[in-house]
Design a protein around this ligand. Sequence first.
Ligand code: ATP
Ligand code: MG
Length: 261
Amino acid sequence: MADVALLEVRGLEKSFGGVAAIADLSFAVTEGQIYAVIGPNGAGKTTLFNMLSGVYVPTDGAIEFDDGSLVGLAPHQIATRGISRTFQNLQVFFNMTVLENVMVGCHLRSSIGLYRAALRLPGVVHEERQVRDWALEALAFCGLGHLADRSADALPYGELKRVEIARALAAKPRLLLMDEPAAGLNDTETVELRELIRRIGESGITVLLVEHNMGLVMEISDTVLVLDYGSRLAEGTATEIQNDPKVIAAYLGGEVQYAVQ
Ligand SMILES: Nc1ncnc2c1ncn2[C@@H]1O[C@H](COP(=O)(O)OP(=O)(O)OP(=O)(O)O)[C@@H](O)[C@H]1O
Ligand SMILES: [Mg+2]
């Protein structure tokens, strides 16, 4: 298969009060890749995700997804184009069940408007059923099918992080943005997460992964982009990045020695 860029970022910039959080950043993600973005705290990783998902409008530059520009689109429009994300800080509704939390993800790209939903037209009932089916499918994929009817507040943190992944998958994305999915997980949960990300990749979804756990990043990523002060410090395979003197000096140090079991 020819390498087709599903996502292409060119000359991207985001400034806050004149300070650039992302500066002249360009990279491309090939369809089917697990592509990691790493870098020190404050390097601009979440800011990048916020631009890709429509939370922030770039100060400058282009974002092309599947040959269309994403710049200026609202988050729900970007979700409809096929991009879903998980968040660095848990975004779970504790007063809802696990299934309801995941159904929120499908509604993002469902065509039910509030008005149509209130009238309960036949198409709406059909669509609600589909949303439920997609949510149950995503929960099963994430190994949470048996917890669908549990209240979210009864679940431990590690499972809630997985609920968030299920929610993002329920929207049936082509590109999944994951912002520090291993943060706060224990070793066993991190291994389970690694396998889940692998299966997501194998299912044909392209993954953009921001993560500080270098063992995880180096084991599963096809390509690693290193950000420093909002700009590209290096890009390459895990092996190239681990052996790049610039990257070792600026960020990795001894961290890459710690592999996930
Ligand atoms: N809404 C905002 N207003 C002002 N400054 C911001 C805003 N969002 C991010 N920044 C700044 O942009 C820079 C990059 O922040 P960002 O959260 O993207 O870093 P990060 O790489 O995700 O860091 P971490 O690894 O700690 O999550 C930081 O200096 C941050 O203070
Ligand atoms: Mg961040």
